[in-house]
Structure formats: C-alpha cells, structure tokens
Design a binder for this molecule. Structure first.
Ligand code: ZN
Ligand code: ZN
Ligand code: ZN
Length: 144
C-alpha cells in the first residue's frame, strides 16, 4: 500500500520533471505513516523532530504536490485551517467537522452519494469529485 503510493508519487514527480529529493522522500514517509487529517504545521513538526533541516515552505509545497498527484486531499476547516489526509484508492468518505475541538467524524452514506449524482445528471453536469463537510458541534463538545 505504502509502496504503491510512493511509486505513484515518484511517477508523478518524474512526469512533472521534478528531481527526486531526499527531503521529499522523508516528508512522504512521515505523511504516509501518520494518522489522517494532519495540518501543514502538524506535519512540519513531525518532520522537523527527526529532520531539523527541512523547512516549513518545503513541507507546504510538498503537501500541495501530494494533493496535485491525487495522493492526498484537503479537508477545509470552518476557521479556514486546512488539513490533509491520504486518499485510499476506491474509497470515499465525507466529514463531520467539529468547529469547537476540530475533531472529525468520517462517514459514508450511499443515499447522499446517489442524490449528488442525480442532481449533477439533472444539470447535465459531469462529476469529477466532491467534498462534503458538515460543520457543527461533536457529541463530546455538546455534552460540555
Ligand atoms: Zn461523498
Ligand atoms: Zn468537538
Ligand atoms: Zn477523512
């Protein structure tokens, strides 16, 4: 799985004419070994703890490349903060985002997916992808 993603990224980088760099490899390794929904800052601190030479801008640019190559996708927070997660081939889910503690609940709902396809079809629209993020208070924040 991880090897497949590394190959996917290396092929993408080669097609773009990017030279492979050790820093990019390190960032990719750490990103792929990390839990989902990580911000640029989270990833930067993780990378920096074992590789102090890697700069924030490099981490940011590299994450953008992961998104461009289809390896990662962005989850936008209510406050404008962006987090990143791995994209698992053939898998799709949407998000409930807590605006208080920033926790994320992932869900899949066939009915919602079908309705989106219907709406697009009705407008003669060809879907290339979608993001559904629902903002509010998670169950533990509601209890407080
Ligand atoms: Zn969806
Ligand atoms: Zn919460
Ligand atoms: Zn997710």
């Amino acid at each position: 799985m991880i090897l497949e993603k590394k190959k996917m990224f290396n092929d993408f980088a080669a097609a773009k004419g990017l030279r492979s760099t050790r820093q990019r490899d390190i960032i990719l390794d750490i990103f792929l070994s990390t839990h989902q929904h990580i911000s640029v800052e989270d990833l930067y601190f993780k990378v920096k703890s074992s590789n102090p030479g890697v700069g924030h801008a490099t981490v940011y640019r590299t994450l953008k490349l992961f998104v461009e190559c289809g390896l990662a996708r962005e989850v936008l927070f209510y406050d404008g903060q962006t987090r990143y997660e791995h994209v698992v081939a053939g898998e799709h889910h949407d998000h409930l985002v807590c605006t208080n503690c920033n926790s994320i609940v992932e869900f899949e709902n066939e009915t919602i997916e079908m309705l989106q396809n219907e709406i697009a079809a009705r407008h003669g629209f060809q879907i290339k992808g979608h993001k559904l993020e629902i903002y509010g208070l998670c169950s533990s924040c509601r209890r407080q």
